[in-house]
Design a protein around this ligand. Structure first.
Ligand code: BJW
Length: 225
C-alpha cells in the first residue's frame, strides 16, 4: 500500500495547455455537460461526442507534462513503492512524466471500449470514423471514459489505498464531482494528513489540514521537494 496517495484533477494539466472544466474559459462553457459527458448525450448524438473526444485526444497528444507532473514522478522515484497517483484526468501526462503507479478513476482518452462486447483497446485514430470493434466487428466503440451516472474505475482499490495512507494530497481539482471529492473525508477519518494544492480556494478547502494556493507548476515542486 502506498504511504502517500495523490489525487489530481484538471488543474494539474492546465499549464500543459489542457483546458479545465469549470473555469471561465473551461470546457463546460462551450458544451452542455449533459450533451457530451453522459451516456444519454452519447445516445442522442454520437457524432458530436466522438468529435469532442477526438479533438481532446489530439490536444492531449500534443501536450507535454509540466513541472508538477514531473515533481510527482520524481517523488515516486525517490520513494519507490510509497506513492500512488489517483487521477481524474483522462490524459496520460502523469505516465509521460514518469509516474508508474497511476489509477485513472475517470478512464483514459487513449483507450476505447466496445459498447456491445465490452472489449477495451488502445485508440490510434479518430473514433468519429466509427471503426469496427476488432473483437466483434460492430461499429460500437466509445471513448473509455467515465460519464455522469457511470461507475468510476477501480473504486474499491482507491478507497482501500486512501484509507490506509499516511498522506493524502489533492492537486488541481474543484471538488465538484463525487466520489473523488469524498476521498478527503475518507483519508481524514483514517487519520492521514491531508493537503490541498490548488490555484484558488473552494468550498472544500476547510476539509484539509494544509492548503497551498497557487499554480501547480510552482506549488507541487515546492511541496514535494
Ligand atoms: C489549478 C490550475 C493550476 C486551474 N494549478 N490548480 C445528482 C444527479 C446525478 C448524479 C449526481 C448527483 N449528485 C451527485 C451525483 C454523482 C455525480 C456527480 O458528482 N455529480 C456532480 C456534478 C453533482 N458523479 C457521478 O456520476 C460519478 N459516478 C457515480 O457517482 O457513479 C455511481 C454509480 C455507482 C455504481 C454504478 C453506477 C453508478 C461519475 C463522475 C464522472 C465525471 N466525469 C467527468 C468527465 C470525464 C471524461 C472527460 O474528461 O471528459 O470527469 S466530468 C469532469 O469533472 C471530469 C473531471 O475529471 C471531473 C472533475 O473536474 P476537475 O478535475 O475538478 O476540474 P475542474 O475544472 O472542476 O476544476 C479544476 C480546478 O483546478 C479548479 O479548482 C481550479 O482552480 C484549479 N486550477 N488551474 C493548480 N494551474
Amino acid at each position: 500500500m502506498a504511504r502517500i496517495v495523490v489525487l489530481t484533477g484538471a488543474g494539474i494539466s492546465a499549464e500543459s495547455g489542457i483546458r479545465t472544466f469549470r473555469a471561465v474559459d473551461g470546457l463546460w462553457e462551450d458544451h452542455r455537460i449533459e450533451d457530451v459527458a453522459t451516456p444519454e448525450g452519447f445516445a442522442a448524438n454520437r457524432a458530436l461526442v466522438q468529435t469532442f473526444y477526438d479533438e481532446r485526444r489530439r490536444i492531449a497528444r500534443a501536450a507535454q507534462p509540466n513541472a508538477a507532473h514531473r515533481a510527482l514522478a520524481e517523488l515516486e522515484a525517490r520513494h519507490p513503492g510509497e506513492v500512488a497517483v489517483v487521477t481524474q484526468n483522462i490524459d496520460d501526462l502523469h505516465e509521460r512524466a514518469g509516474s508508474r503507479r497511476v489509477l485513472h478513476i475517470h478512464g483514459r482518452l487513449d483507450r476505447a471500449r466496445c459498447e456491445r462486447c465490452g472489449t477495451r483497446m488502445p485508440v490510434t485514430g479518430d473514433l468519429s470514423d466509427e471503426p469496427p470493434c476488432p473483437a466483434c466487428g460492430r461499429r460500437s466503440l466509445r471513448p473509455d471514459v467515465v460519464w455522469f451516472g457511470e461507475a468510476v474505475h477501480g473504486l474499491d482499490e482507491i478507497f482501500d489505498a486512501v484509507s490506509l495512507c499516511e498522506e493524502f494530497w489533492v492537486i488541481g481539482t474543484s471538488g465538484a464531482v463525487t466520489p473523488a471529492a469524498s476521498l478527503v473525508a475518507v483519508a481524514a477519518e483514517a487519520g492521514a494528513r491531508t493537503a490541498l494544492l490548488n490555484l484558488e480556494a473552494h468550498e472544500d478547502t476547510r476539509l484539509f489540514d494544509e492548503v497551498l494556493l497557487g499554480p501547480a507548476t510552482e506549488t507541487v515542486p515546492a511541496w514535494t521537494a
